[in-house]
Structure formats: structure tokens, C-alpha cells
Write a new protein. Structure first.
Length: 149
């Protein structure tokens, strides 16, 4: 059985292990301060939101980070961006990713959002098999400009 819920203070270490594995998967390196800031945002649950997934009420095996924002093409509603989704390698294939997506979608629906969307790398074939089952790939390519802080 998969249970999905908000992250609680006792999840801090397990959440960071999963988030670091996600960051490593994409070949990124982030300073420790980023993890602390993100955790504080998720605990405040105002601008940034997070869910965790547990198998059989046990350890944390998956995370989803998401936020809402306005959109010019959905002017009367916000839309929900699923920014990060990660499942522990030993829990893959058990429905954790699907359950997290469904939980975020339900959360967004309850708040009147008109859609949920996310990005993934074209080489992420494992995740894309799931994504192709639960969502529509509209073929967009993402461009990015990093700004110095």
C-alpha cells in the first residue's frame, strides 16, 4: 500500500537523501543551503509544496515538489507546476510515481487549478514510460537562461 502525505519534521533526513539522489540523477550539484531553504519552504507550505510517499506506512520512498502560478492562457485560474518527482530506485515499478502524480493532481484540482504540468529530460526513458500513460506530451522543448544571483 502506498500512502501520500505532506512532509513532517521527522522526514527531513530521508527527504534530503531522496532530493540529493534526484539532483545527482540530473548531474547537478547544489550547495547545502539550497536543501535547507527548500525544506523550510516545504514546511511553511505557502509558496512551495511537497508530498512524500511511503510504502506500507514505512520509510519515505518518493517525493514530489510543486507550486502554482498564474498563466496568460488560463487567466481565471492558476496552474500547477510539478517541479521535482523522484522515487527511490528500490521502490520503482510499485506505483509510487503514479501515486505522487495523482496526489499532486488532486491537490491542484481542489484548489481550482486548470492543469498540472512538468518537464523531464528526453533521456529519462524510465520516467517517460509512466508519464506517457498519465499525461499528454505536447512536444515542447524548454530553453533556459540562468541569471546570476
Amino acid at each position: 500500500m502506498i500512502s501520500i502525505g505532506g512532509l513532517v519534521p521527522g522526514d527531513r533526513d530521508a527527504w534530503e537523501d531522496l532530493f540529493r539522489a534526484y539532483i545527482d540523477f540530473y548531474g547537478r550539484h547544489e550547495p547545502d543551503e539550497m536543501y535547507e531553504r527548500a525544506w523550510e519552504e516545504f514546511q511553511a507550505d505557502v509558496r512551495l509544496h511537497a508530498f512524500g510517499a511511503r510504502l506500507d506506512e514505512g520509510r519515505l520512498v518518493g517525493i514530489a515538489h510543486f507550486l502554482t502560478h498564474g498563466s496568460t492562457s488560463a487567466p481565471d485560474t492558476d496552474i500547477c507546476y510539478l517541479q521535482d518527482l523522484f522515487t527511490a530506485p528500490d521502490a520503482r515499478g510499485k506505483g509510487v510515481g503514479r501515486a505522487l502524480i495523482e496526489a499532486v493532481t488532486g491537490w491542484a484540482r481542489e484548489r481550482g487549478c486548470s492543469r498540472v504540468y512538468w518537464n523531464t529530460h528526453e533521456s529519462n526513458s524510465t520516467a517517460r514510460r509512466l508519464y506517457d500513460q498519465v499525461a499528454e506530451n505536447r512536444g515542447f522543448i524548454r530553453y533556459q537562461i540562468d541569471l546570476p544571483t
